[in-house]
Design a binder for this molecule. Structure first.
Ligand SMILES: [Zn+2]
Ligand SMILES: [Zn+2]
Length: 246
């Protein structure tokens, strides 16, 4: 049993706080390096020239905190499923071996990218967009703080990946924590607004330019980690020349 001795309030506070601090720390590091320090090394690498609007960061942070409060509130359903052996959790890494442990994280990422691509396309449907996804697109030149800036309905859609994973893939709790931390880092990273000089992507990887284009044009680059689905479905658009050359 996980968290058997904890009160519901303690569990809610703990998980909400973990979500908020993890986001605050990772987005804070990226923001400090690229927007506060204004290191000369990065000048000229801003994808869109526009700097954040007045109040932009405050709104991005407040909506992200709301998202984490919602994420923290869903934890009880997951704990109920996990503690009643309804999910595919296992507790000893040796049960499946270290290779499977690593593979399960990769699998989570691939499944999540698929889930993200299709739900993202769905919430771009004109009839749904204004009710669900408009808040995330409020600013066409995002900052790292925008990564979880969602309408509550979008927050619920995004957390929908967790039941899919815990019912579908045999997972160790540590693999799930690594996956959630990785998704937080990657989601913040694609909202960076900068090209990182010297950073090499592999061909099928979603990039900061790709997601910046998504915020700017809305009808392309729906993927999160990869561009497999975008290439396959004809929604892949990357301008051949980066918007900002040094
Ligand atoms: Zn975005
Ligand atoms: Zn979008």
């Amino acid at each position: 049993m996980f968290f058997a001795d904890w009160s519901k309030f303690e569990i809610w506070i703990l998980f909400t706080a973990i979500f908020i601090f993890r986001y605050g720390f990772i987005a804070g590091v990226f923001f400090y390096l690229f927007y506060v320090l204004k290191n000369k090394k990065f000048s000229g690498y801003k994808i869109q020239k526009r700097l954040p609007y007045k109040n932009q960061i405050r709104q991005e942070v407040l909506y992200s905190i709301l998202t984490f409060i919602i994420y923290g509130s869903t934890i009880f359903i997951f704990l109920y499923w996990i503690n009643n052996n309804k999910t595919r959790v296992y507790t000893e890494i040796s049960d499946y071996g270290i290779l499977y442990f690593i593979l399960s994280i990769v699998l989570m990422i691939v499944v999540h990218d698929t889930y993200f691509y299709w739900t993202h396309r769905l919430i771009h449907h004109p009839k749904i967009f204004k009710h669900v996804h408009k808040i995330h697109h409020k600013f066409d030149s995002p900052t790292p703080w925008a990564a979880f800036s969602f309408h509550p309905l979008e927050a619920i859609i995004t957390i929908g990946i967790i039941p899919i994973i815990i019912f579908l893939i045999p997972y160790h709790q540590l693999a799930l924590i690594i996956f959630i931390t990785f998704l937080t880092i990657y989601n913040i990273f694609i909202h960076l607004g900068y090209v990182i000089p010297g950073f090499h992507y592999f061909k099928y990887q979603n990039t900061t330019i790709g997601h910046d284009f998504h915020h700017l044009h809305s009808h392309s680059n729906y993927g999160l980690y990869f561009n497999f689905w975008d290439r396959l479905m004809g929604t892949y658009l990357i301008d051949k020349k980066p918007l900002a050359e040094p």
